[in-house]
Design a protein around this ligand. Structure first.
Ligand code: ZN
Length: 216
């Protein structure tokens, strides 16, 4: 089996796994990954994470020209913004995941550091997560907002909509976005209960030890 066939299968397998666990429902969510030739594979518009077809993923060449498969997601500008500003991005995932969307609606959330420092992996896998304002779905301004971060964040939260996370490869991106949703769920579960968060010194130690992008 070719490298590209394996990547196509892996994209669909990971998307189905997230769908099956309720991380994004219906035909929501979109996913993309870099191919070895510098192109992209992207989930088609209107498709469900539960039923992606490896043979019908949208295929772009290294110049960004659509060369095969179905029409891509309308949230393509969001994906392009990460690839264009982060040279390390090998994959991008976007979900409509319940707990992180709920957390984005809370009035006292910190827009510059959307997730509270509850667990080490939330920090190690995501760095600081930026909360972006609400945009109409498919609005190219979403991509502009990501470009405005100049590649300094690997994860953003679109208010009242869902998270978007870039990773070095498809597994890293999926693992990170699952960590985002889990941390948001913990934040909601412990909300109003004065949970013991990680201290500034503990966060700093994690950032240093695991070389986390934190200060951008
Ligand atoms: Zn969306």
């Amino acid at each position: 089996m070719s490298e590209e066939s394996k990547l196509r299968d892996l994209i669909c397998l990971l998307a189905k796994s997230m769908f099956d666990r309720g991380l994004t429902g219906g035909s929501t969510g979109n996913i993309s990954a870099r191919t070895a030739d510098g192109g992209l594979l992207v989930s088609p518009t209107g498709t469900s994470f539960g039923r992606l077809d490896p043979a019908r993923l949208s295929r772009f060449d290294a110049q960004g020209v659509h060369v095969g498969g179905d029409k891509p997601t309308k949230e393509m500008p969001l994906h392009s913004a990460f690839y264009d500003t982060r040279s390390t991005a090998g994959a991008v995932v976007h979900l409509h995941s319940c707990h992180s969307v709920a957390l984005s609606m809370m009035p006292d959330v910190d827009a510059d550091s959307f997730l509270p420092p509850l667990t080490p992996y939330g920090i190690m896998k995501l760095g600081r997560v930026k909360l972006l304002p609400f945009f109409l779905p498919g609005d190219p301004a979403m991509g502009d907002a990501v470009r405005g971060l100049a590649g300094k964040r690997s994860a953003v939260m679109l208010a009242n909509h869902g998270p978007v996370v870039a990773g070095k490869d498809i597994e890293a991106a999926c693992n990170a976005i699952e960590e985002l949703e889990d941390t948001a769920r913990l934040a909601l579960l412990t909300r109003g209960m004065s949970p013991q968060m990680l201290t500034d010194a503990q966060v700093r130690a994690l950032v240093t030890k695991f070389d986390v992008e934190w200060d951008g």
